[in-house]
Design a protein around this ligand. Structure first.
Ligand code: ADP
Ligand code: MG
Length: 362
């Protein structure tokens, strides 16, 4: 297993990139620690596959260096990097049996048939493929084929890292859940460096110890699931993670206070001052889970009008109007509030973030 470092890595698919927009991947610095379970999370087209292929060596970056345990492998081909990669769609040999498919990466590396058989059986059991080992791969469903692909990725013990590019896309939702759990279990046992690409926040947050969030060719934040929830450093992280995402309200800073839709909220004076000098559009961010209904006149609260209340079983989700803005509020299930009512909501300062041009001001 290896520690992987990206130094000033950037990539443009077009030959002579000039502007920022020409880059599928903007210059970035990233370290993947040995044995870590990482998710690479972001919307379609943000550069996840590009980044993954640069790590595996399928793609040579336009700029920067890739290091494995301190050794520069930027121009080394995939075989020399000793990486297992699982793609979005199954990559298996149709003419071989499931067993032969799983044994192939091992035999290829000169493992004895006996040892290979033992490894194959172990992985097959993990992925619930034991009964299918003698079957020909061509007869399998897409879902089963992808399980075999996953097995081919997991079968080797000596890889520097395992990279998975949205591997559960073609998998049936029920099996998806099972495989996600298995993968986590495998990581806990083997502690390999694991990079799991997904556009699904639930998948990322349940599987990974650390999540690398990407948007528009940039890494916007790297953090634990908890950090991303509690301290989004970028408005993108705020609204992309969470369901619903963070409330983001355009605001202004006046005399050491934040003004939202004509209502004043006291906020740390230093933060207010830095927000003014940072420039760009100012927004106040607070997650629906952190807003609290409070009595009138409570410090750090605003007056809102409730427009909708949805009962979601264990809690309620209210929609409220603050001037021309809309807020989502998570309320306890016993909270009685009806559309048309006016109430006060507290924005507790520890959970309220001021953003300038989309970045958190601290
Ligand atoms: P993701 O995996 O997050 O969906 P990709 O890394 O595949 O994103 O793509 C990032 C950007 O690069 C997209 O705008 C995509 O259209 C572009 N792109 C990806 N592959 C190629 C390619 N082979 N040639 C040109 N542009 C590409
Ligand atoms: Mg992709």
């Amino acid at each position: 297993m290896a520690r992987i470092e990206l130094r000033g890595v950037a990539h443009a698919y077009r030959p002579s990139p000039t502007t920022d927009a020409d880059y599928a991947l903007r210059p970035l610095e990233l370290v993947w620690e040995d044995g870590g379970a990482y998710a690479l999370l972001g919307p379609s087209g943000c550069g996840k596959t590009t980044l993954l292929n640069i790590i595996s060596g399928l793609l040579r970056p336009s700029r920067g260096q890739v290091l494995f345990d301190g050794v520069d492998v930027t121009v080394a081909p995939p075989q020399q990097r000793n990486i297992a990669q699982v793609f979005q769609f199954p990559v298996i040999y149709d003419t071989m049996s499931v067993h032969e498919n799983l044994a192939f990466p091992l035999r290829n590396r000169g493992m004895s048939p006996g040892e290979a058989r033992a490894r194959v059986e172990e992985v097959a059991e993990l992925l619930e493929l034991t009964g299918d080992l003698p079957r020909r791969a061509s007869g399998l469903s897409a879902d089963m084929k992808q399980r075999v692909s996953l097995g081919r990725g997991l079968v080797r013990r000596d890889v520097a890292a395992i990279l998975l590019d949205e591997p559960l896309t073609v998998i049936d939702p029920h099996v998806k859940w099972l495989l996600r759990r298995k993968l986590k279990q495998v990581h806990e046992q083997l502690k390999m460096t694991l990079v799991y690409v997904t556009h699904d926040q639930v998948e990322a947050l349940t599987l990974a110890d650390r999540v690398v969030v990407m948007n528009n060719g940039r890494v916007v934040q790297v953090g634990t699931p908890r950090e991303l929830f509690e301290r989004p450093l970028d408005t993108f992280v705020g609204y992309f993670i969470g369901s619903p995402g963070m409330n983001l309200l355009p605001c202004a800073v006046e005399d050491g206070a934040v003004v939202v839709e004509g209502q004043r909220l006291a906020l740390d004076a230093g933060v207010c001052a830095r927000a003014r000098t940072a420039g760009g559009e100012l927004q106040l961010g607070i997650r629906p889970e952190f807003l609290r209904r409070v009595p009138e006149g409570t410090p750090s609260s605003v007056r809102v009008e409730v427009t909708q209340v949805e009962d979601l079983g264990r809690h309620k989700l209210a929609t409220a109007r603050l001037g021309t803005q809309t807020l989502k509020v998570r309320l306890p299930e016993d909270e009685r509030l009806a559309p048309g009512e006016t109430c006060w909501l507290e924005l507790p300062p520890p959970w309220t973030t001021l953003y300038a041009a989309g970045r958190a001001v601290s």
